[in-house]
Design a protein around this ligand. Structure first.
Ligand code: BV8
Ligand code: ZN
Length: 231
């Protein structure tokens, strides 16, 4: 990896597991027996904004008490060592903000940010780190509902974040896929973009993923230990 002058990393919920943040598809991910796929949709929010907000408020509470773990910190250190412009890009599906809290700077957030609230009426966006939220669902001054500033299933990814992620994936000599089940698109498709452009593909995950069969390296284990050792 040290030889490569351009590295891109794609992370998912698994990198925050050792910080105590539940993953989506792992055992701890369930909340009142709902699956995230049922709640992380515009339809669920339209049908029952209060229920969807109870789930997000619960997650915000867990994330607010969570600390970045050695995996997050190792990626921030890797970025520092990579030095210059664009030689290290961190692409995340996570909305928990733990990468930034660990010191990562060049982060493309494909699925938004759980600390952002956006008004469904006037579109106003605000950063809100209140846990728990006073009112569920929260409302804007214009009286319309506020929604979490995240990308739900069926919604397009933020174009500028996606563009940065795709460009970094095309340019990477090494592409690491860390802590993701690699089933959600288009994020998971970035591994293929990198491979098509000639990158070596590395996977860090305690479990098998659909990308293992096309990977050059599969590092089987928790990202906290593996990334710290990689450093
Ligand atoms: C879009 C944000 C189009 C909110 C999320 C049929 C086939 C293929 C695709 C589709 C299909 N039907 C629909 C689609 C598209 C859909 C999709 O991919 N569905 C999947 C489920 C089949 N995608 C979309 O809808 C996307 N939008 O396509 O729009 C469009 C275009 C133009 C105009 C209009 C529309 C939007 C996808 C984003 C959805 N939002 N979340 C929130 O967070 O609440 S996705 C959600 O899943 C999270 O972002 C999460 O990050 C993401 C992926 O999950 P993972 O991060 O991988 O987490 P998971 O629990 O699955 O896995 C954890 C992994 O960690 C495991 O592998 C585990 O082994 C590992 N692990 C555990 N412990 C550790 C560890 N690893 C390391 N260390 C450890 N200690
Ligand atoms: Zn408003």
């Amino acid at each position: 990896m040290a030889a490569a002058d351009s590295v891109a990393v794609l992370t998912g919920a698994g990198i925050s597991a050792e910080s105590g943040v539940p993953t989506f598809r792992g055992s701890g991910g369930l909340w009142r027996n709902y699956s995230p796929q049922e709640l992380a949709t515009p339809e669920a929010f339209a049908r029952d904004p209060r229920l969807v907000w109870e789930w997000y408020d619960w997650r915000r509470g867990i994330i607010a008490r969570a600390q970045p773990n050695p995996g997050h910190r190792a990626l921030a250190e890797l970025e520092r060592r990579a030095g210059g412009r664009g030689s290290f890009t961190l692409i995340t599906q996570n909305v928990d903000g733990l990468h930034e809290r660990a010191g990562s700077r060049n982060v493309a957030k494909l699925h938004g940010d759980i600390w952002l609230l956006r008004c469904v009426g006037c579109g106003r966006e605000e950063r809100n780190e209140q846990v728990p939220l006073a009112d569920l669902p929260p409302r804007c001054e214009c009286s319309a509902l506020l929604r979490p500033g995240v990308v739900w299933f069926g919604e397009p990814l933020p174009p500028d974040e996606w563009e940065r992620a795709e460009r970094a994936s095309r340019r990477a000599q090494v592409f690491l896929v860390i802590g993701t089940s690699a089933v959600v698109y288009p994020a998971a498709g970035l591994a293929e973009v990198a491979r098509q452009a000639g990158a070596k593909l590395g996977i860090v995950n305690p479990e098998p993923t659909p990308l293992d069969s096309v990977a050059d390296w599969v590092l089987r284990g928790p990202s906290g230990d593996i990334l710290a050792r990689l450093l």
